[in-house]
Ligand binder design. Structure first.
Ligand SMILES: NC(=O)C1=CN([C@@H]2O[C@H](COP(=O)(O)OP(=O)(O)OC[C@H]3O[C@@H](n4cnc5c(N)ncnc54)[C@H](O)[C@@H]3O)[C@@H](O)[C@H]2O)C=CC1
Ligand SMILES: O=C(CO)COP(=O)(O)O
Length: 350
C-alpha cells in the first residue's frame, strides 16, 4: 500500500454532481487497491453526498494534512477546506460561494502536487460562471482548470487532451470565440501542439505515435477554395514536424478524420478548436438511454498535457440539473482516476 500513488481529487463546484460521483467512485473497492485517494473539499458536502446516495456507513475523515490520511476503503479522507456555509448552500445554483470554493480546492491540490505531497491530481467539474463571478472582484479570470494549472505551475506550453479509450484529441485552442479560434490557427501553435501530442503518446507507452492533424475549413479548404489556413499555417507546421521525425499526417478533412481515428488509424488527433475535438469525443462518450430517458454512460477523460504535475479530470460539466439527486454516473471520474494512476505509475509528467 505504501507505494501506491497518492491522488488528490478536487470536490469541484459543490452545487454540482462532483461530490456525489466522488463518493460513488470511491465505493469501487479496486480503486483503493491501486491508489491512495485524498479528496480536497468541504467535509460537510461529502457527508451530505454520502447520505443522499444512501451510504451512511461511509466515514468522512476530516484531515488538515496529507500525513493524517488513513487511505482505508469505507473511509473518505477529506482535506477539509471549510469553505461552505450550510445555510447558504443549494444544489444546482450558480453561486459565488461555491465558485470560490471550487477554485480554492484546485489551488490547494496544485500546491500539494507541486510540493510532492501527492503524486497526481484529478479534478471534478467547476462552474466557470460561478468561479469567475467570485474571482472578478479580485481582478482574476480563468477560462477553466487548464489555465489555473498553467498559471500556478508556471507552464507556458500546454494543451487540453480529451480521451475516450484509444480515441485521443488535443486542441490548438479551447475556450475562446469561434472567430478568435480561427485567428489562433498559427503555424507555431499548431507545431507546438503536434510536438506535445507526440511526446504525450510516447510517455503513455505508444512507441511510434501516429499523429493526425485536422483541417480547419470544410474539406480542409480544398486547396484554398474554402479558406487558406491549411495552406498558410497548418501544412507548414506539419512539414516542420515531419522534419523533426514526428509521424504526422494531414491536414485531414475533420468530418472523415474522426471516424478514421475511432477505427484505429491514428493514436491522437490535433483539433483546431474546442468543439471540433469535443463533439466527436462526447458523441461516443455520452450515451443517452431513450427508453429510460436518462444518461446511461458518461465517459471520457480530460488531461492537461505539458504540465510539471499530473492533472486528469472528468470530461463532463457540473450537471446542475442532476446535482444532489444521486442520479449521476461516476464512470468518467473512475476513468480519470485510472488515467491518473497509470500516469503516476509511469512517473511521467506529460
Ligand atoms: N472540467 C470542467 O471543469 C468542466 C466544466 N464545465 C462546466 O460545467 C457547467 C455545465 O456545463 P454543461 O455544458 O451543461 O455540461 P454538463 O456536462 O454539466 O451537462 C450536460 C448533460 O450531461 C449530464 N451529465 C453531466 N455529468 C453527468 C454524469 N456524471 N452522469 C450523468 N449525467 C451527467 C447533465 O445532467 C446534462 O444533462 C458549465 O459551467 C461548464 O463551464 C463543463 C465541462 C468541463
Ligand atoms: O470546459 C472544459 C472542456 O470544455 C474543461 O475545461 P478545463 O479542464 O480547463 O476546466
Amino acid at each position: 500500500m505504501f507505494n501506491l500513488p497518492k491522488i488528490g481529487i478536487t470536490m469541484g463546484d459543490p452545487a454540482g454532481n462532483g461530490p456525489e460521483i466522488t463518493v460513488q467512485a470511491l465505493l469501487h473497492k479496486d480503486i483503493y487497491e491501486r491508489c491512495r485517494p485524498i479528496v480536497v473539499g468541504d467535509a460537510m458536502i461529502f457527508e451530505k453526498a454520502a447520505a443522499i446516495l444512501g451510504h451512511p456507513e461511509i466515514k468522512i475523515h476530516r484531515i488538515s494534512q496529507v500525513s493524517e490520511a488513513l487511505f482505508e476503503y469505507g473511509t473518505i479522507d477529506v482535506f477539509h477546506m471549510d469553505l461552505i456555509d450550510p445555510d447558504k448552500f443549494e444544489y444546482g445554483k450558480v453561486s459565488e460561494m461555491c465558485g470560490m470554493a471550487a477554485f480554492l480546492c484546485v489551488k490547494k491540490v496544485i500546491e500539494l502536487a507541486m510540493k510532492g505531497e501527492i503524486d497526481a491530481t484529478c479534478t471534478n467539474a467547476l462552474n466557470k460562471e460561478a468561479m469567475n463571478k467570485a474571482l472578478a472582484p479580485k481582478g482574476l479570470h480563468f477560462d477553466g482548470h487548464t489555465e489555473i494549472y498553467a498559471k500556478y505551475t508556471n507552464t507556458k506550453k500546454y494543451t487540453m487532451m480529451l480521451a475516450h479509450h484509444d480515441l485521443r484529441v488535443v486542441h490548438v485552442s479551447t475556450h475562446c470565440s469561434l472567430r478568435e479560434a480561427c485567428d489562433r490557427v498559427k503555424k507555431d501553435r499548431v507545431l507546438e501542439v503536434i510536438r506535445i501530442a507526440d511526446k504525450a503518446c510516447r510517455e503513455m507507452g505508444i512507441l511510434k505515435p501516429r499523429v493526425a492533424v485536422a483541417g480547419l475549413n470544410p474539406h480542409s479548404g480544398e486547396n484554398g477554395l474554402f479558406g487558406r489556413e491549411e495552406i498558410d499555417e497548418i501544412i507548414p507546421a506539419i512539414k516542420a514536424a515531419q522534419a523533426e521525425d514526428i509521424n504526422v499526417d494531414g491536414p485531414i478533412p475533420p468530418d472523415s478524420l474522426f471516424p478514421k481515428a475511432l477505427g484505429g488509424w491514428y493514436d491522437i488527433v490535433v483539433a483546431m478548436y474546442h468543439d471540433q475535438g469535443h463533439i466527436p469525443l462526447k458523441t461516443v462518450g455520452f450515451v443517452y438511454d431513450r427508453e429510460l430517458k436518462k444518461w446511461k454512460e458518461v465517459e471520457g477523460v480530460n488531461v492537461t498535457l505539458g504540465l510539471p504535475i499530473i492533472r486528469t479530470s472528468v470530461d463532463h460539466g457540473t450537471g446542475f440539473d442532476q446535482a444532489g439527486k444521486g442520479t449521476s454516473n461516476e464512470l468518467s471520474l473512475v476513468n480519470a482516476l485510472d488515467y491518473a494512476i497509470k500516469l503516476a505509475q509511469n512517473k511521467c509528467n506529460l
